[in-house]
Design a protein around this ligand. Structure first.
Ligand code: SF4
Length: 373
């Protein structure tokens, strides 16, 4: 997911796409663009149609990530090639020729305003590393407190490096920022994640697999708080944000993360007595976690509870609130339960949270973010 602003300064790189269409002599292609770029889509369609002999269909449904490929629908329409813009390829097989088009932004923000945050966060990481005594023999109260603590929850730190990450349209800045930050006295690493991520330093709303114990704190290059919230919830590490669009420097507030954790805690507690659950399965190719959904159903049955499997492409309150169940477990996009929680009348929890509610997982491991590997 990403935010796009100041469109003139974006580079859409349509040349490769145009060359590929000409080479294959494609007649019908589909264009899929993220929400923030839809305003420009007609212009892009004009450009492609005037430079090639292909007709272009815009896949106009909402698109929030490369998890959301429209290939089946488009191939039924006779489309020969899909151009997917602004997201990088994931480890899912779409079964259709796809051109992934990077969108990069040429902003290059000043480093100075972010340095005080980074220094403070490094000190937090150093203190945390020094303080990491054995946390065995926790009382139930202490375990619940730990669950609610935004930092210092997860695996012990082996170092206090600065992890440099960004959203996709700013990743080209990372090597240069790595060097600048090293010059400013930081020990910097650009984390490399698993198969769902294409580039070093990349983060998705649902995958932070680059995190490792040598990283003590983070700098995120990008805008909006979508990725920062996920990264801090997932890692429990402090994070500073530098926005290449505006040059603004700030930090992800730990009070905010603790508020989210308290809300999650409340939802888990309120599911303790729930007898019947709707288990949501996402139909988008990169969100479909059928085995996980079936595992949740079995787990509920083992606890004498009921689970109904509900498959849907888009998840929203109007589409599920009316089912006569006590709560929902979401196995589609992990962010739905976290970011939209208050929009639902009934508790909507993640698979990890259901495991905690049923006593299969323990509070003292700390909050675990729902990741798609
Ligand atoms: S599953 Fe959700 S968070 Fe992950 S890429 Fe798709 S839309 Fe983004």
């Amino acid at each position: 997911m990403g935010d796009f602003m100041d469109l003139d300064r974006h580079d859409f790189e349509l040349d490769e796409l145009v060359a590929r269409i000409k080479e294959n002599d494609n007649r019908l292609i589909a264009l899929q663009v993220p929400e923030g770029l839809k305003m420009q889509a007609l212009e892009m369609m004009d450009e492609i149609e005037s430079e090639t002999s292909a007709k272009v269909v815009l896949a106009a449904d909402p698109c929030y990530g490369a998890c959301d490929l429209v290939h089946d629908k488009m191939s039924m329409m006779g489309v020969e090639l899909v151009a997917h813009m602004g997201h990088s390829q994931m480890n899912i097989d779409s079964g259709m020729p796809t051109q992934f088009i990077d969108v990069t932004y040429d902003g290059d923000p000043e480093l100075t305003p972010i340095l005080p945050f980074l220094e403070a966060h490094r000190n937090m990481a150093i203190k945390r590393k020094e303080d990491q005594n054995s946390k065995d023999d926790m009382s139930d109260e202490q375990a619940k407190e730990r669950f609610l603590d935004a930092v210092g929850r997860l695996a012990p730190l082996s170092d206090t490096k600065l992890g440099l990450v960004g959203s996709i349209q700013h990743l080209h800045l990372l090597p240069e920022f790595h060097d600048r930050l090293e010059k400013a006295g930081f020990d910097v690493t650009i984390p490399i994640g698993g198969a769902r991520l294409s580039f070093p330093g990349q983060v998705l709303g649902c995958n932070y697999s680059g995190d490792d114990p040598s990283i003590g704190h983070y700098l995120f290059l990008g805008s909006g708080d979508f990725h920062p919230i996920g990264l801090v919830l997932h890692t429990g590490k402090p994070l500073a944000m530098l926005d290449p669009y505006t040059g603004d420097a700030e930090e992800m507030s730990l009070e905010r993360i603790e508020r989210i954790l308290r809300q999650r805690f409340g939802l888990i507690m309120s599911c303790g007595d729930a007898q019947s659950f709707g288990i949501l399965i996402g139909e988008k190719p990169g969100q479909m976690r059928r085995s996980l959904a079936l595992k949740m159903k079995r787990m509920l049955e083992n606890h004498g509870k009921k689970g109904y499997l509900l498959a849907l492409e888009h998840v929203g309150p109007d589409l599920i609130d009316f089912y006569p169940v006590d709560a929902f477990v979401n196995t589609a996009c992990p962010r739905i339960a976290i970011d939209d929680a208050i929009r639902y009348r009934k508790p909507l929890i993640t698979p990890f949270e259901l495991e905690v509610a049923l006593g299969e997982k323990k509070w003292e491991t700390g909050y675990m973010f729902d990741e798609i590997p």
